[in-house]
Design a protein around this ligand. Sequence first.
Ligand code: FES
Ligand code: FE2
Length: 384
Amino acid sequence: MVRPIQKNTRTQIPPHFFTDPRIFEKEQEVIFRATWQFFCLTTDLKGDQDFVTGDVGGIPVVVQNFKGKLRAFQNVCSHRYSPIQTACSGNRPLVCPYHGWKYAETGVPLGIPHNLEFYPITSEEKCQLALRSFKVETCGNFVFVSIACERSLREQLGEWHGLLGRIGQGVDDVYFTTQLESECNWKFVVENAFDDIHAEFVHPTASLDTSVYTGSRWEFHPYSSQTEDLPRDYSKRHAQLTVSMSDATVERNEQLWSEHFPDRVHRFPDYLHLFVYPNLILTSVQGFWYNLVHYKPISAERSRMTHWLIPARPASGPSRVTPELLYRLALGSLRVFEEDVRAVEVTQPVIRSVCQPGILGQRENKIASFESAYMDLMAPVTPA
Ligand code: FES
Ligand SMILES: [Fe+2]
């Protein structure tokens, strides 16, 4: 029987959205500062005075543990603009290295060396010099920061909040992380993560053996600004792909990996691919370990992919994951990411010459939905 040809759609994001610095600035405001953004793992923030620094929507942020409470601040000293924590992560009080101002968990500079001799700043004035603070929340092992999102993290994650939280509670305290920069717009890299057609051409190595897959199912909320009741409800923009494998493959994987990941908290007989709108992806085969990938725009034509390889935690007993094993697993993922980045960044120099939209086939409906949701946010506020 000949299957009827379904109608293709055209891409919705105009070509100049991949190159225009004004679009990049708008995205920072309308998307990245207006949503909860994944920031780090709680693994790095367990102890008093542990901190992690980063950038959210172009704003430097430090998340710091104050006796068990996580606080997020703009990582810029109120005195004369020095970053307060200068390392990516570590353990030290929230003290500016330049002139030693020390900040309390409220963000107020309570300790100002030589205050009476040099300034002097009253208690009331200190309160006015408090650091700009942001909302910080955890979901399982995952830490999110919001610069200006009106919703709670639970509202943003919607139906995925529970799943992400359960996964986050079932992972180990060790991980392997690395970053990969690409000379292209972040949307190229994210759309590639939805694209399952490219695998046979871009990843022809044995490490990505898709022949073991027996079927797949997207639990997806196709986004349309015409039909969506809550046009700004991000929970309708996340997507989960479940890829089934034969019983024999599942069993073979168990035999191969159970020794290292015994009695893991979370196990499932599939390959899981969870997309958290707008820029976070979590994947796992049968819950042995998880690849968490965060995509971040650096400029209109440059992006950064941060990858965490996080092993599953045994329900009881010590972890059996060695640094060597972590590294070996991470290398396998990195090879694939590297192939992805190299495949998409060649598009960046040629997109400027494009005058008409591209084509999206039926299997690319995830990309169509991502573009629809993206344009709904961007179009009303975007310079022509
Ligand atoms: S700039 Fe931070 S204490 Fe002076
Ligand atoms: Fe790929």
